[in-house]
Design a binder for this molecule. Sequence first.
Ligand code: BGC
Length: 750
Amino acid sequence: MTPELTVAEQAALTSGNDAWHTTPVETAGVGSITVTDGPHGVRLQADPRDMLRGQPATCFPPAVASASTWDPALLRRMGEALGDECRAMDVAVLLGPGINLKRSPLGGRNFEYFSEDPLLAGVLATEWVNGLQSRNVGASLKHFAVNSQETDRLRVSADVDMRTLREMYLRAFHRVITRARPWTVMCAYNKINGVYASQDHWLLTQVLRDEWGYEGVVVSDWGAVADRVAAVAAGLDLTMPGPDPAGDKELIDAVADGRLDAALLARNARRVSALVGKAADRTPGGYDEAEHHALAREIAGRAVVLLKNDGAVLPLDPDAAQSIAVIGEFARTPRYQGGGSSQITPTRLDDALTEITATAQGTVLFAPGYLTDATAAQESAAQDGETEAEADRDLLAEAVALAAASDIALVFAGSAHETEGADRDGLDLPAAHRELIEQVAAANPRTVVILSNGAVLATAGWDAAVPALIEGWLLGQAGGSAIADVLFGRVNPSGRLAETIPLKLRDHPSYLDFPGEHGHVRYGEGLYVGYRGFDAREQPVAYPFGFGLSYTTFEYGQPSATATDAGIEVRVPVTNAGQRDGREVVQVYVSLPGSAVRRAPRELKAFASVPVAAGETADVTLVIDRDDLAYWDTRLGRWVVEGGEYHCAVGACSRDLRGTAVAEVKGDDARVPLTTDSTLGEWLADPRGAQVLGQAFAGAADTDGMMAAAFSDPTMLLFLSAIPLGRMAAFPGSPLTPQLIADLVAAANS
Ligand code: BGC
């Protein structure tokens, strides 16, 4: 039993000791723990003067890539490996995963987030957390909540309606919190509807704890706390980084003068102390660098999305006596992660050029093709009189000549950089990369483009010219070898898009409302985030959500769907109809025709990544949880499952649905009480309301025949339907008196 802490000790315990440690309270036997980033590797600070550089650790694929595997079991293994590395480095809490929705393709941290879909993000993150915490290392689920942009990120208010908030932006958090119980949750920097997440009592206490039953620690994002007293009262337990003597004093003063309930500070301190105690159970560990590198390679290989493969250009035959032109600096100097707090110092770094050279029996020649940020800096340092534009031109000419003289050209291109702290300014490839692709493709019809990017790039306009296109994201330290695995068919691609690739930025649902201005961003597209918005407007896209090719083909049999108390069970046979073993990601999209609320035409409700050997058939069962069918009813302030025939469309991606099965689901009791403010139409649509109203009218003196006319004339009825019952008393000749209306309300709700 820990001795009682003084108010001063409680205040100290609820702020950090430094950037990465909690404050010990020795008198009470409370130690200190290390917390560090996160999420795709362990970034344990190596030098006290350099907050960003970490000690070497495995740089696993960032979330943009790991999400493209659509495989929770793989994410679990990644979490376990991260847990082992944390134990080896004495880290108690790893600051991840980041599960904010990719609202716009311009989001600067999209590379750190999983998806534009809350189910996919939630399912993957749940297993990541389960894996990590199975090693007795805590996760920090971030950034809670609605942190989907970098512009003005420490101040902006994300203005979002309640249904969208619940169904889209909080839904993945709810899933992970209730199913994986992360030790900590990190609050976001931004405001939500005008209130800082760090000071939002509704978010941090009512929703998180009272509704979802969360018992862990809420930690601030680094520097997110504007008002320590308000944050403690709202339910924020640990302010980071520290120390924060001025804030500690504010708390002590606020308790002394009664502005802050002493019990709240004591409660928060107790939670931090419990976290420290829990972490003490962790046993030191070690890990095998080579094994973790191999796992990073496996995940990266599974993350690669094959977008196009006309004429089966891929896979390449490693034994063929062909000449391969490897073009593009990214083949030699890989882009494998984004900038900011998640930047890992890798234990080793594979590049595609070395791996391709080691694999191919034929000749492999390289041309850099363009300058990168780093090579441009070297170029200007060399001061050989050549301008950057001239250097680019020379590199382009050299690459095109090499492509023309080779049997096949592999062009590595992508975005120049993505980083925390800044949103992207567009979806276009750097001009030099685009020109390189176009000219190489003109010189060699067997051109394969391999992209490296942290968020989607527009492909329309140039992808028609190339027969094969690989989306290689940012793949972590083993990305280079993983790309070679896919190119040469050692890995049969099974990555699927976790975000839509639009034809152009202005097609995107978020386009008109991103990133906002003057401190506010309006989430104007509401529920229609990502593919939901494209589908609702039947808008063409470059590559749809869920899309990805394989070197084999899969055929779907007839799906069936059965409603159960727990939700819906969907079954479908999937056959590998090609010559190679492969893996299909079976996806179920649900709709409810005739729903009483607005819905996207299709919503992902279940998926499974299934290995299927060549010629074999897998009987795949997918379970849709009843909770995932619910919508947030703003009138009742709660989740409601609407009864009806749910259409479960099963297929290979959101726009390649192979069959539909229907399940009749019994709805929740969700009657909205009738009031004087309910319209005549609402009264008549409600069986009890219609009954009591009918009885009342039958017995009332209808002096002007108004009611009789209304009920017999459909146009008149439509006209009257929009009027709240309470207002009808004011109409001349109305048989409704205020007393009668009050009686009707009582009768209708009795
Ligand atoms: C980021 C967090 C990160 C923290 C600590 C913040 O700037 O938003 O994701 O965990 O710094 O580095």
